[in-house]
Design a binder for this molecule. Structure first.
Ligand code: UT7
Length: 355
């Protein structure tokens, strides 16, 4: 069987810098609290009405395509991971295909809704397509325009201060070079705690899960028979269309699952943490990354963190961080690179790559 490699990589972050102090204009928070709890100093917000998840994805994709030294017409499959799509449907994959101006209709477009682990899931899918010989150039994009859908009141502060906008992309191709390429990917899920980090509206649940889980929330459906269930004024008025998170609960599972899934990938490949040249964790919280680093016994130069500048960009965080590490020369040919993510779902995963 063939092996696949990341042949090109690129990232895009919008120009608009939003500091922690900027957020204090809208909500009761402080630079001190945000830095101490998350490590975040600032994040980027896209230009409203000019930038979207797909336009940022396009910019990252163009860089990845150029970096791979191919033409956009060479792309034969698109995978787009995001939790903040331009439209509820259709997904961003087709919007990217249109924006790239790819003329052939043979190109498939797949959207992935795996939140923080979306990029790792996408990489695994790309890897399978390439390894089997079905596709030669898979374009994988992770992009998020969080700033359009956050609660900027004090009520939403625990979620809002964390997130930022941005995009990253890779081109996955077959490789024949001995030892090079994606070694393995490990994917997991546990829906038991789906609502612990979620944006449940708009949606077709009609309060179903809340009833089963005995969650006391008034969704305002009253006696609606047709319509107004997917989305209604009540949801808007009561702030039920924002993401919410039980931060400490998520934190505790994250620090358990990150090391677990990294060890799983290493063990499967007969490797140990000491073999890792660069760990690029999903940038969820600097405290989580530091915890994982300590657990793995890795030195500072073997873990890439840039959450300080960009916040948590969900599906985009790994490709943005990886692109930066590659650009700065911190990831070189022959290096063992480990990607790992955990987030909403819960879903989590890892990927081991010989660069
Ligand atoms: O990427 C997807 C996966 N997501 C994650 O991995 C996130 C995991 N969780 C976390 O990163 C952390 O739980 C947070 C950064 C979200 C929160 O930090 P925490 O240390 O767990 O704080 P907390 O939620 O326990 O809140 C502590 C206090 C509360 O006040 P009281 O009840 O003690 O008076 C909050 O109301 O901090 C308050 N608080 C804030 N204060 C100032 C919450 N958010 C803020 C804020 N500014 N932005």
């Amino acid at each position: 069987m063939l092996k696949s490699k990341i042949a090109g990589i690129g990232a895009y972050v919008p120009e608009g810098v939003v500091t922690n102090n900027d957020l204090t204009r809208f909500m009761d928070t402080s630079d001190e609290w945000i830095q101490e709890r998350t490590g975040i100093q600032e994040r980027r917000y896209g230009k409203k009405f000019e930038e979207t998840t797909s336009t940022m994805g396009l910019k990252a994709a163009e860089k990845a395509i150029a970096n791979a030294g191919i033409d956009k017409e060479d792309i034969d499959f698109i995978i787009f991971a995001t939790l903040s799509p331009d439209y509820y449907f259709p997904g961003c994959g087709v919007l990217l295909q249109r924006a790239l101006g790819i003329t052939k209709t043979e190109v498939g477009a797949l959207d992935i809704r795996n939140q923080c682990s979306g990029f790792v899931y996408g990489l695994s899918v790309a890897d399978q397509f390439v390894k089997t010989g079905m596709y030669k150039n898979v374009l994988l994009v992770g992009s998020e325009m969080h700033s359009m859908g956050l609660d900027f009141s004090t009520e939403g502060r625990n979620v809002t201060v964390i997130f930022g906008d941005g995009a990253g992309a890779v081109v996955v191709q077959p490789t024949e070079k001995e030892g090079q390429g994606i070694i393995n990917t490990k994917l997991h899920s546990d829906g038991t705690y789906a609502e612990k980090l979620a944006m449940i509206n708009p949606g077709s649940h009609g309060g179903y899960h809340a009833e089963k889980l005995e969650i006391d929330v008034d969704y305002g459906y009253s006696d609606a028979e047709f319509g107004e269930i997917f989305v209604n004024e009540h949801m808007v008025e009561n702030g039920q269309m924002f993401p919410n998170m039980e931060g400490q609960f998520v934190f505790k599972l994250a620090v358990q699952k990150f090391p677990e899934v990294i060890m799983e990938a290493l063990g499967d490949a007969g490797l140990s943490p000491q073999d890792i040249d660069m760990l690029v964790p999903h940038q969820a919280n600097l405290r989580i990354s530091k915890f994982v680093q300590k657990r793995m016994g890795l030195s500072d130069d073997k873990v890439w963190n840039n959450i300080q500048k960009y916040g948590n960009t969900t599906a985009a965080s790994i490709p943005i961080a990886l692109a930066e590490a590659v650009e700065k020369g911190a990831v070189k040919e022959g290096d063992l690179v480990c990607l790992a993510a955990f987030g909403s779902g819960f879903t989590w995963g890892s990927a081991l790559i010989r660069w």
